[in-house]
Design a binder for this molecule. Structure first.
Ligand code: KG4
Ligand code: ZN
Length: 500
């Protein structure tokens, strides 16, 4: 479960006090002391939240302009320890001190609190002094510890991302929000003769591709594994066997190098890809993700905290529909580009193919969901009918009409989501974005509705490791604790689970 770190507010006092008492029993601060520290202008208090409840807090103080900060306290509920929450709080406090110009951080810790000392040592703290009988009433000594802040490893983390959820083995490396390398090896050709991705073939291809792709990504970025600050990996959703290869590789790398690991959601990675292009993501935004594996409409209020699934396909994915219809029309795989080519000069209004889940009775229950299997069947019927009548098939017209039906539904539902939620922003992602007609219609309809449209470059829209690296980098920059190694590949990971 992901940990969220945010600034403490006066309303958090009660929850903080209950943890204070649980953690420090005999020398817990009084509620008055805690309250005045929380509200003091020179202090900075944070709370850690898991499952909507406060499970830890930490505070530091730093006078304006001072190059020294002091960590005053840090506490994590005993039943939540060991999952990186203390570390996440420390990362956030350290970042804040750096932002305020601190060059050194000091703290005092009970001589008998070895758990806390271990955490501080992880952050480079060394003992520089001893205060005898400092803690009352039990007279325990205090160790005085100090760390010097070296320039930014955490604010501009070097993160490697591994993506193997479908047929692309992708490894990307970013520093902060900057793309350093993005290497992809696709097993698409191996699937061509089957007319769709074969999971076992994809998993095997990932195994073979990972090592060379990793080497190339490091070489192109000009970095070594030892320099990384973190490793991010897609752990779902996707093909189970394919995901497992990436997850296994990422864990092995993390253990071998001692680097923290972040298990992240593939779909949220697609949204994060915009940061690689723009340097930032403007939220809230609606996102339409269309590929061979997914057709999802998302409402993103916060990339790391608040992503909702508005709707998705109830049968085939949009790309899959292109692939299947291409087959019906005797075209090659992948079908998207083939249909685009075949549709050249065709009349998109020649055949009125059905628009799935757009009738009033469907819109009540499936306003933002998609269905393409009826459309696929309608194209197949159309082809059969022409054959049975001995008529020549007007391929360009059929391809153009089919494409129009897909594009029409995708764009109308995405725009409806923007208007319904009063969010004048739409982000596109996934391999189907390569479709020229889709881009054209989206641009025109968004402009007509006053919606700002974002289309990252295609190399960032198709599955890639850089989008996973950038999502990992956001988590590190925001002080999220790494995932613990017990996460696993989850082929049906919900989009609300941004980090596992
Ligand atoms: O995101 P992506 O590269 O990978 C996976 O889904 O794994 O998307 C590939 C899908 C395929 O189904 C392909 O047919 C579709 O994107 N696609 C297109 C076009 N180019 C690729 N669909 C429509 N029009 C295109 N020009
Ligand atoms: Zn994808």
């Amino acid at each position: 479960m992901a940990t969220v770190i945010r600034d403490a507010q006066a309303a958090d006092l009660e929850a903080i006090m209950s943890i204070e008492q649980e953690c420090f029993t005999s020398d817990a601060w009084s509620i008055e002391t805690m309250n005045s520290e929380l509200l003091a202008p020179h202090t900075h208090y944070l709370v850690a939240i898991v499952d909507d409840s406060i499970v830890g807090y930490a505070g530091s103080s730093q006078l304006p302009g001072a190059s020294q900060a002091d960590i005053q306290t840090i506490a994590v509920k005993p039943n939540q320890r060991g999952s990186g929450i203390g570390k996440a709080l420390m990362v956030a406090l350290t970042q804040e001190a750096k932002r305020n110009g601190a060059k050194e951080i000091f703290l005092e810790v009970r001589a008998d609190n070895t758990v806390a000392q271990k955490l501080y040592k992880l952050f480079g703290f060394k003992q520089i002094g001893l205060r005898k009988h400092y803690y009352q009433p039990d007279g325990v000594d205090a160790f005085v510890m100090k760390t010097a802040l070296i320039d930014d490893v955490v604010l501009e983390p070097l993160v490697l991302g591994i993506e193997t959820s479908c047929d692309e083995t992708g490894i990307g490396i970013v520093r902060g929000n900057t793309l350093l390398s993005n290497v992809i090896s696709s097993s698409m050709d191996l699937h061509a003769r089957f007319g769709g991705v074969v999971p076992e073939v994809a998993a095997r291809a990932h195994l073979e591709a990972l090592s060379p792709v990793l080497e190339q990504a490091l070489r192109e970025a000009g970095v070594s594994l030892e320099q990384l600050d973190a490793i991010a990996v897609t752990n779902g959703p996707g093909l189970a066997g394919a995901l497992m290869v990436g997850v296994g590789a990422a864990k092995a790398l993390a253990v071998a190098t001692g680097k923290p690991i972040y298990a992240v959601n593939h779909l949220v990675g697609h949204v994060g890809a915009d940061i690689l292009d723009q340097g930032k993501l403007t939220v809230p935004t609606i996102a339409l993700l269309v590929s061979g594996g997914h057709t999802s409409l998302l409402l993103v209020r916060d990339l790391l905290n608040d992503v909702q699934l508005l709707g998705e396909t109830i049968d085939d994915a949009a790309g899959e529909a292109f692939d299947k219809v291409a087959r019906v029309l005797g075209l090659a795989y992948p079908g998207g580009p083939e249909i685009d080519r075949a549709a050249l000069g065709g009349n998109p209004a020649a055949v009125r193919f059905p628009r799935g889940l757009t009738l009033p009775k469907d819109m009540a229950e499936h306003r933002y969901d998609f269905s393409f299997s009826g459309l696929k069947t309608a194209v197949a019927r159309h082809v059969e009918l022409a054959e049975s009548r001995g008529e020549a098939l007007a391929i360009a017209d059929v391809a153009a009409s089919f494409r129009e039906a897909v594009v029409d539904v995708l764009v109308s539902k995405a725009i409806a989501a923007c208007l319904d939620h009063e969010i004048p922003r739409l982000l596109l992602g996934g391999g189907v974005i390569a479709n020229a007609r889709l881009r054209e219609v989206a641009i025109a309809k968004c402009a007509a509705s006053g919606i700002e449209l974002r289309i990252p470059p295609l190399s960032l829209c198709t599955d890639n490791g850089a989008m996973i690296a950038i999502l990992g980098s956001q988590l590190v920059q925001s002080g999220y604790a790494p995932s613990t190694l017990d996460f696993s590949a989850d082929s049906t990971l919900p989009v609300t689970t941004i980090q596992s």
